[in-house]
Design a protein around this ligand. Structure first.
Ligand SMILES: [Zn+2]
Length: 511
């Protein structure tokens, strides 16, 4: 009994049985508050990067969104180091990381009518953070699984989602996950309470959902990926919010505000430049379809409307890079970096361009800077190639190894490059061996587990037969990627032989 008690106590100490600060419910918590805070602060910057970076042209807008957010944060049930930023992304989306690190896309701000609707978006996200919804997904094991990584990030709107490697993958997963229906309803209903407590008219939570329902009606599925894949607009949600607001109404003060005029004034600049961003988005799509000329014409229009936006020069540079016009590419990457020196994609692009121009040192510096901001398989792979060109095999192996977990062609290329370097040292690691006896003859099936053709394989068969150690090596090949071949040892045993210590080892491989 004593032992059981102490075990329970130990479990509680390790896992921590805690009251949820928002719902007041008792729950097990595997992720400590300190872990939540460190995940939030470690993942905030790379997550911003992977979703378009900070919207810099009108810095007053991020300050304003942060002010509204802090007003909500002040009334939340859990004090966290809340932060709110506006991301340079046209998709209507908002997200929260554990620890209160929140972001809203400029594309969403344009769909809102007043400050109270913004407060509705932000308080919903504040509840996700305060009620530990992200931490709960982590402990349910929804996160940190390779399968989920491949599918969710693949479906996200970030071009670089598939290429994120290392620790930043956690952030990418956290912000594309689904919390589940209960958590979403919880965020809606407590969010409405927070709005009212902060002095906002909570009916804005109803109009916000109505707007989403109307918007989603005419849109294609790509528009519906971000916020609305995890928060499908529905009449049910409108109705639920209406019920929450009317349940709250007897308690409401008279001076609750919508803040329409203030909001419209704050987003006036962004609205004025909307045409520029539409042209940019169009150019981005055209570039993906290799319609470079048409893409560049749209970018001309975008720059004409808004000469201060770094992304426009960045995309122009990307187009030149793809057309193998490295000098103009560098000119536009430089221009983009003058306007925004904290966005990884310009360093990444310029690094690739420098590498093509044979400027290895410049290329390395840019690619490393790009990785500091957001580690990508593209940069790792290129750094691997640069190390290889210098004869630094160990360095090259490390870079390729970091890149090979990524999906798609980049990951596969890194895996092949790593295998090329590692196969001669560790041939047994790449060849599956299945020994068998057939009519007394010792043989083995060898399977090439790499994506490369192996020109020659050396296999050693060894055994102890009737007290005598015997050994024989054979060479065979070529063996194509993923293919199997049978190797015969030449040893033949009869039923009266005593055979022990049978071993079949791949001792060498050559590409
Ligand atoms: Zn949500």
């Amino acid at each position: 009994m004593y032992r059981l008690l102490s075990l329970l106590l130990l479990n509680c100490l390790l896992i921590s049985c805690a009251v949820n600060p928002v719902t007041g419910k008792n729950e097990l918590s595997f992720v400590s508050d300190a872990q939540e805070l460190s995940i939030g602060s470690e993942q905030y910057l790379p997550s911003q990067q992977s979703q378009g970076g900070i919207y810099l042209v009108d810095p007053g807008l991020t300050r304003y969104v942060d002010q509204v957010g802090q007003r909500i944060a002040n009334v939340s049930d859990r004090q966290l180091p809340y932060e709110f930023v506006v991301l340079n992304n046209s998709q209507p989306n908002a997200w929260a990381l554990p620890g209160g690190k929140i972001a809203v896309n400029r594309g969403l701000l344009l769909e809102l009518d007043n400050e109270a609707e913004l407060a509705a978006v932000l308080s919903h996200e504040v509840v996700h953070a305060a009620a530990k919804h992200g931490a709960k997904s982590m402990q349910r094991g929804l996160i940190l699984q390779g399968v989920l990584l491949a599918t969710t990030i693949g479906a996200s709107n970030s071009d670089y989602g598939n290429y994120i490697v290392g620790g930043a993958q956690l952030g990418a997963q956290l912000l594309t996950q689904r919390y589940g229906r209960t958590a979403e309803l919880e965020s809606d209903s407590y969010g409405i309470q927070y709005m009212a407590a902060a002095g906002y008219d909570p009916s804005a939570a109803i109009t916000l959902q109505q707007t989403f329902v109307e918007l989603s009606a005419g849109k294609d599925s790509s528009w519906l990926t971000g916020l609305f894949s995890s928060h499908p607009p529905s009449q049910e949600r409108v109705d639920a919010n209406r019920a929450s607001v009317s349940a709250l109404s007897p308690l409401l003060r008279g001076d609750l505000e919508l803040g329409r005029e203030r909001y419209q004034k704050q987003i006036a600049y962004l609205r004025q430049k909307q045409k520029a961003y539409s042209a940019f988005d169009k150019a981005d799509t055209l570039k993906k379809n290799n319609e470079f000329g048409s893409a560049l014409r749209h970018l001309d229009r975008a720059v004409e409307e808004e000469p201060g936006e770094a992304r426009f020069y960045g995309l122009r540079a990307d187009i030149h890079l793809e057309k193998e016009q490295y000098r103009p590419a560098n000119i536009y990457y430089n221009r983009a970096l003058e306007l925004d020196p904290k966005y990884f994609a310009y360093y990444l692009g310029r690094g690739l361009s420098m590498a093509r121009l044979g400027q290895a040192e410049n290329a390395k510096r840019d690619l490393e800077r790009s990785n500091e901001l957001l580690p990508t398989a593209i940069a790792m792979n290129e750094l691997g190639q640069l190390s290889l060109a210098e004869g630094d095999t160990t360095g090259a192996k490390n870079y390729f190894q970091s890149a090979m977990n990524a999906g798609g062609e980049t990951g596969a290329a890194a895996r092949d490059a790593f295998t090329r370097l590692d196969l001669p040292d560790n041939p047994a690691h790449y060849i599956e061996v299945a020994p068998f006896l057939s009519k007394g003859r010792l043989a083995a099936t060898l399977t090439n587990r790499t994506g490369l053709t192996i020109a020659r394989l050396d296999v050693t068969f060894a055994a102890n037969a009737n007290g005598e150690n015997i050994q024989r090596s054979v060479s065979l090949g070529p063996l194509g990627a993923g293919q199997s071949i049978q190797a015969s040892s030449g040893f033949r045993f009869s039923e009266t032989d005593t055979v022990t210590n049978l071993r079949v080892v791949v001792t060498g491989a050559m590409l």
